[in-house]
Design a protein around this ligand. Structure first.
Ligand SMILES: Nc1nc2c(ncn2[C@@H]2O[C@H](COP(=O)(O)OP(=O)(O)O)[C@@H](O)[C@H]2O)c(=O)[nH]1
Ligand SMILES: [Mg+2]
Length: 389
C-alpha cells in the first residue's frame, strides 16, 4: 500500500456529509471505524489508534423494560442464540459497551434500563445525548404499546433539544409473534401515533425511522445495518463503488459485510430483499464454520478464520451463485449472480481487484485525515501507530 500518494490519486470524490458541517463532525465521530483500520492482515488491531483519543460513535438502546434491548445487543454483537435471551437478567444500570474487538463496525453501545427517569438530577442529558450518533427506541409489539409511545415521545423530544443531529430509529420489536397483515397494521399505527404526538408538540421536523424487527430472524441484523450505515460518512462512496463493480461484472446484488457482526455496511443501490440478505448472512456462517473446523493451523489459536485467502463460491440448484471474497480483515464482499455470469470469472476477478483497491483508497484518505489531526503543537506530525517506519 502506498503511504505517500496524495489525495488526488483517489479518483473518487469523497462525499462526506460530516465535512460539510463542522458541528456535525464534532457531535458525530469523524472516524467511524475506519480510523483503526489497518491494511496489514498480520497486524494486531488491538493497539489503540491515534493515542486512544479517537471518538467512537455512540448508539443508544432505549425503551421500556422487557422490550428486548439487551437481547438485541447480545444477539447482534455476542452471537447469543435467540432462545438464550429468555434467561437474560434485567438491566438495572446503564451498560456501556465498546463494540470494537475484532470488528470493523466500531462504536459504543449503551443499553439503558427501562425505568430510567429523565427528571432525576443524576441523569445528565447533555452528556448522554450530546455525544450520541443514533438512538434506537425499542417497542415491544406483542404488548400494549401506549406507554411505550409516551416514553418514545419524551425521549425523542428530550434528546432532540440537546442534540438535533441524532438519528432516531424505532424498532417495532418481537414481530415474530404477529401475523403478516397485523405487522403492517401495527407499524402503520405506531408510525401515525408517534408522528401525531410529535406534531402536537411542534416537533414535526423530527424524523423517525421505523423498522419491524425480531431476534428470531435476520430482521434485527438488517435494521441494525441501516442504523449503522447512517453513521458512516463514506457510505455514498462505498455504494458508488459497489454500483460500478456490479454493473461491470454481471452481478445482481452485492453486499459489503462486516464479517463479525454480519451487519452490511453498504450495498449497491438496487433494492434489498430479505431473502438475499439472509442467504448472504448464511454464507458467511458457512465459510467461517468450515474455516474454523478445517482451516486453522495448529498451535496458533489466534490464527484468523477469515483472512486474505478467504474466498468461496456456492452454487445453488436454481442457477444462482453466491460468491464471497475477502476485502480486508474485517470486510467481505458477498455477491449474488447467475450461473452463466460465473463463466466470466477472469473479468470478475479483475473488477474485484479494482474494487478492492478503490475501497483501500477510501480508507487511506480517512487514515491520512485522521493522522493530520494529530499534530503536536510544534507542528511536527505524530507518527500514526500503524504506519510502520
Ligand atoms: N418473541 C420475542 N421475544 C423477544 C425478542 N427479543 C427479546 N425477546 C424476549 O423479551 C424478553 C426481555 O428481553 P430483554 O432483552 O431482557 O429486555 P430489556 O429489558 O429491554 O433489556 C426476553 O425474555 C427475551 O427473550 C423477539 O424478537 N421476539
Ligand atoms: Mg436489559
Amino acid at each position: 500500500m502506498s503511504e505517500n500518494g496524495d489525495e488526488s490519486d483517489v479518483g473518487l470524490t469523497l462525499n462526506n456529509p460530516a465535512d460539510r458541517d463542522n458541528e456535525a463532525a464534532n457531535s458525530f465521530p469523524k472516524d467511524f471505524g475506519y480510523g483503526v483500520y489497518d491494511c496489514d492482515p498480520g497486524q494486531d488491531s488491538s493497539g489503540a489508534l491515534l493515542g486512544g483519543s479517537e471518538v467512537k460513535p455512540r448508539i443508544m438502546l432505549m425503551g421500556l423494560r422487557r422490550s428486548g434491548k439487551s437481547s438485541i445487543q447480545k444477539v447482534v454483537f455476542h452471537k447469543m442464540s435467540p432462545n438464550e435471551t429468555l434467561f437474560l437478567e434485567s438491566t438495572n444500570k446503564v451498560v456501556k459497551e465498546d463494540i470494537a474487538n475484532s470488528s470493523f463496525v466500531q462504536f459504543h453501545i449503551w443499553d439503558f434500563p427501562g425505568q430510567i427517569d429523565f427528571f432525576d438530577p443524576a441523569f445528565d442529558s447533555d452528556t448522554i445525548f450530546g455525544g450520541c450518533g443514533a438512538l434506537i427506541f425499542v417497542i415491544d409489539a406483542q404488548d400494549d404499546y401506549m406507554e411505550a409511545l409516551e416514553r418514545l415521545h419524551t425521549t425523542v423530544t428530550r434528546a432532540y433539544k440537546v442534540n438535533p443531529r441524532i438519528n432516531f430509529d424505532v424498532f417495532i420489536h418481537k414481530v415474530d409473534g404477529l401475523q403478516e397483515d397485523y405487522k403492517m397494521e401495527t407499524q402503520r399505527d405506531i408510525h401515525q401515533r408517534a408522528n401525531d404526538d410529535l406534531q402536537d408538540s411542534s416537533f414535526d421536523h423530527v424524523h423517525l425511522s421505523f423498522h419491524l424487527t425480531s431476534i428470531y430472524d435476520h430482521s434485527i441484523f438488517e435494521a441494525f445495518s441501516k442504523v449503522v450505515q447512517k453513521l458512516i460518512p463514506q457510505l455514498p462512496t462505498l455504494e458508488n463503488l459497489l454500483n460500478i463493480f456490479i454493473s461491470n461484472s454481471l452481478i445482481e446484488k452485492a453486499f459489503l459485510f462486516d464479517v463479525v457482526s454480519k451487519i452490511y455496511i453498504a450495498t449497491d443501490s438496487s433494492p434489498v430483499d430479505m431473502q438475499s440478505y439472509e442467504l448472504c448472512c448464511d454464507m458467511i456462517d458457512v465459510v467461517i464454520d468450515v474455516s474454523c473446523i478445517y482451516g486453522l493451523t495448529s498451535g496458533d489459536d489466534i490464527s484468523p478464520a477469515f483472512d486474505h485467502h478467504s474466498q468461496a463460491t456456492i452454487r445453488l440448484n436454481n442457477g444462482t451463485v453466491l460468491h464471497l471474497r475477502e476485502v480486508n480483515r474485517f470486510l467481505a464482499l458477498v455477491c449474488i449472480l447467475r450461473d452463466d455470469a460465473m463463466e466470466k470469472q477472469g473479468m470478475i476477478d479483475f473488477n474485484f481487484a479494482m474494487f478492492r483497491a478503490g475501497i483501500q483508497k477510501v480508507f487511506d484518505v480517512r487514515k491520512r485525515r485522521s493522522a493530520a489531526v494529530f499534530r503536536t503543537d510544534s507542528g511536527r506530525e505524530l507518527k500514526h501507530p500503524q504506519e510502520s517506519p
